[in-house]
Design a protein around this ligand. Structure first.
Ligand SMILES: Nc1nc2c(ncn2[C@@H]2O[C@H](COP(=O)(O)OP(=O)(O)OP(=O)(O)O)[C@@H](O)[C@H]2O)c(=O)[nH]1
Ligand SMILES: [Mg+2]
Length: 319
């Protein structure tokens, strides 16, 4: 509330300006971001408040909007109601998640023919505040699934430019890796390599199942199996475990397994194991490829078949 006070201007009238609006909180998907780590460290996000209006009919400055950059594929739900608010699948598209409060009106706004000197002003409104739950579901076209140490990361580095950590111990991969495969100049697709699954993952064993949510939207799944004689788990048993664990997470996943990779054939492998796996896969409509992610042997036919499946329309599943 303010009144004009000036020499030779008696009863200058009201001149209290309106308050500025509060800033909005806006979510925006950014291509370069890979994880939600930033939001793990910082929990509370607040846009700037609007400034007060002042005399001379000066409007308060609007509060600055706050932009929260998130990785592509982040699903945002309301933490209180569980309702999905946004699915940030496109880069740079903004989503207004909490609107800033409207600034109040100064006493000038209340001037009328009957009230020439209003002594009232209106307080600003509170901005929205929300509890959000963020979930990252990487946007990969296909995904490699396997027991720990089977050679998933080796395979993704063999077929794409991705350079994940590869080591001779289980659970080397702790975060999903994404690789892009360019089959020719016009068609490319992405494959995700996720941490190894183990039997009982659905009840929290190993790194659990939480990584499957990343690849839930993948159209094609590839099972990566260690078929060497020194494999800790026989290949067929590995397939059954993987299918079971995937099914526990989402019953539609096992149906999307189109390929299996019998990896590490450069090592000693028993022909009986290989033959049994071939037959097993055949009976389930899974295409089996024998290869070595390490030497590159057999990669080419696998990549060809995978690319073909990726470009085929019929494998595109609804979201
Ligand atoms: N001889 C041989 N070794 C391989 C092959 N593929 C992978 N390896 C080795 O197997 C070990 C595990 O490979 P990774 O690619 O890290 O396996 P991963 O499935 O990503 O393992 P996690 O991320 O721990 O689940 C490494 O020592 C690799 O060098 C292969 O075709 N032949
Ligand atoms: Mg790995």
């Amino acid at each position: 509330m303010s009144f004009r006070r000036e020499k030779h201007v008696p009863r200058g009238g009201p001149n209290g300006g309106d308050g500025g609006n509060g800033g909005n909180v806006i979510l925006v998907a950014k291509e370069g971001l890979k994880t939600l780590y930033d939001c793990q460290e910082r929990h509370y996000f607040k846009a700037k408040r609007g400034a007060h209006g002042s005399g001379n009919n000066r409007h308060g400055k609007n509060g600055e909007d706050l932009y929260i950059p998130l990785p592509l594929g982040t699903v945002v739900t309301d933490g209180d109601t569980g309702q999905q608010l946004a699915d940030l699948t496109r880069p740079d598209v903004e989503f207004l998640v909490a609107k800033g409060g409207k600034g109040g009106r100064g006493n000038t706004a209340f001037k009328s023919s009957t009230n020439k000197a209003p002594r009232n002003a209106e307080p600003g409104e509170l901005g929205e505040s929300k509890m959000l739950r963020l979930k990252l579901k990487i946007l990969a076209d296909g995904a490699l699934v396997g027991l720990p140490n089977a050679g998933k990361s080796s395979l993704i580095s063999a077929i794409s430019a991705a350079q994940p950590k590869i080591a001779d111990y289980p659970f080397t991969t702790k975060e999903p890796n994404l690789g892009t495969i360019n089959t020719d100049n016009i068609f490319s697709f992405t494959m995700a390599d996720i941490p190894g699954l183990v039997e009982g993952a659905h009840s929290g064993r190993g790194l659990g199942l939480k990584f499957l949510q990343h690849i839930q939207r993948a159209k094609v799944f590839v099972l990566v199996l260690d078929v060497s004689d020194s494999a800790p788990v026989p290949a067929i048993e590995a397939v059954e475990t993987l299918m079971l664990e995937m099914g526990h997470f989402d019953a539609t996943l096992p149906g999307r397994v189109r390929f299996s990779v019998a990896n590490k054939i450069d090592l000693e492998c028993s022909e009986t194991t290989l033959a049994a796996l071939r037959e097993f896969c055949l009976s389930r409509g899974i295409l089996n490829f024998e290869l070595s992610a390490l030497t590159g042997d057999g990669i080419e036919p696998f990549l060809k078949a995978l690319s073909k499946a990726m470009s085929a329309r019929e494998v595109r599943i609804a979201d």
